[in-house]
Design a protein around this ligand. Structure first.
Ligand code: HEC
Ligand code: HEC
Ligand code: HEC
Ligand code: HEC
Ligand code: HEC
Length: 276
């Protein structure tokens, strides 16, 4: 009897502990997932006609929504006070007109904006050149890839020829980076010290992905060649790792066979002794 009485409070305490752990584990996630839905911008706009509710739907699947960049991060305003949400005194900026878009997005993407402004596209801003939203969209902005350089999008204003040259020049390097990334992850999984290589590749990746907005074929070709030369150094390190890995495997197999042989000899020896 006494032991059962002792066990019951223990169970209760354990259960309470587990519940507490579960709640603290779930709480921050729930509040994060529900956070943006609580802002008044989304509450009010969701119930409005197409033109004003569409941005909410498009934004939901975007890389910005994923990273906590909500309506007010871009448009300003007060996301907690429905009555004054869109007052300029609360920092509301409204919707930018076309020539103001690069600066609007460029608050957070400064490097990209500067490359863009210096490019043939930036120089044609307001005179038929594309802005950030021409290529990326305004609310449904997705992770950027070379897929954005396609005939449908890039031949709206000029022929696809130069766009294709940029894409071809970038695709090969893009592939080399992806392959190197996959291989480094594989080495990391088996316990190799990949930190230095990871850092080098990360820097190269960033250098490479800051090339596009210049839309300068010559520059893309030159810089891609330099990046490829650096990527080849990473590839050769990976190749030596492949080699040592292979040698280690052979050495391992040899050691194993030797041990088996010794075991067999010992067994035979003991058998001979037993028989005598
Ligand atoms: C109580 C309802 C309500 C709330 C809250 C609200 N809006 Fe609006 N919003 C509207 C209405 C109505 C319009 C269209 C009429 C107008 O422009 O005032 C509008 C228009 C807009 C426009 C287009 C303006 C333009 O110049 O075309 C933007 C951008 C916008 N809202 C963003 C926001 C943001 C960001 C928030 C939160 C900080 C927000 N709204 C909160 C009702 C609301
Ligand atoms: C990444 C920045 C960004 C975010 C986040 C964002 N917007 Fe916008 N929004 C823009 C830009 C840029 C424009 C102007 C678009 C254009 O001209 O193509 C715009 C335009 C609008 C307009 C005017 C549409 C029209 O047709 O006149 C409304 C309304 C609006 N946004 C509401 C919202 C609401 C509501 C949210 C949150 C769910 C939101 N926006 C989130 C960048 C953003
Ligand atoms: C308030 C800051 C902010 C504003 C304004 C903003 N962004 Fe972003 N953007 C971010 C953050 C944060 C991310 C996610 C992290 C990252 O990839 O840099 C992001 C990601 C992106 C990506 C994906 C990057 C990738 O790695 O593939 C694109 C493309 C992009 N934004 C375009 C835009 C465009 C176009 C506008 C204007 C309509 C805009 N952004 C306005 C903060 C902002
Ligand atoms: C002519 C089309 C076009 C225009 C205009 C454009 N972009 Fe891009 N953007 C792209 C393409 C294509 C990529 C992918 C490049 C790559 O994979 O290296 C990209 C990549 C990006 C990235 C990801 C960069 C990274 O490091 O991975 C961001 C952020 C971005 N753009 C923001 C912007 C902003 C902000 C503007 C306006 C100032 C803008 N873009 C104008 C086509 C465009
Ligand atoms: C909204 C119109 C528009 C769109 C869309 C557009 N461009 Fe352009 N592009 C221009 C204008 C304007 C120029 C400058 C005049 C010229 O050289 O034709 C230009 C010039 C260029 C140049 C030459 C740059 C130089 O320095 O000689 C390249 C390369 C280019 N664009 C690539 C692209 C790519 C890639 C895309 C698709 C991701 C694209 N463009 C989409 C309008 C556009």
């Amino acid at each position: 009897m006494r032991s059962r009485d002792g066990i019951r409070p223990l169970f209760v305490r354990l259960f309470a502990l587990m519940l507490a752990a579960l709640i603290t584990h779930l709480l921050p996630q729930t509040s994060f997932a529900e956070g943006p839905a609580e802002i008044v911008c989304i509450q009010c706009h969701s119930g409005m006609p197409e033109k004003y509710s569409q941005p909410v739907k498009l934004w939901r699947g975007s890389i910005h929504a994923e990273n906590g960049i909500a309506c007010n991060s871009c448009h300003g305003g007060d996301p907690k006070d429905a009555a004054n949400a869109m007052k300029p005194e609360r920092g509301f900026l409204g919707a930018p007109k076309e020539p103001a878009i690069p600066a609007f997005c460029g608050r957070c993407h400064i490097g990209v904006m500067n490359d863009y402004l210096a490019s043939a596209h930036g120089r044609a801003l307001g005179k038929g050149g594309p802005t950030c939203v021409t290529c990326h969209g305004n609310h449904q902005v997705l992770k950027a890839t070379l897929e954005l350089i396609n005939e449908k999008s890039c031949s709206r204003c000029h022929s696809f020829d130069r766009a294709r040259m940029i894409r071809d020049a970038m695709q090969q390097t893009d592939g080399m980076i992806t392959t190197a990334e996959t291989r480094i992850i594989a080495f990391k999984k088996v316990g190799s010290d990949t930190e230095k290589l990871e850092k080098e590749l990360f820097a190269l990746r960033n250098r490479f992905h800051s090339l596009f907005h210049n839309v300068n074929v010559e520059m893309v070709n030159k810089e891609s060649a330099r990046i490829q030369a650096d990527l080849k150094k990473i590839q050769s390190v990976l190749a030596t790792w492949d080699d040592t890995g292979r040698k280690r495997k052979i050495a391992g197999a040899a050691a194993l066979s030797l041990m088996l042989l010794v075991a067999l000899l010992a067994h035979l020896l003991r058998k001979t002794f037993d028989e005598t």
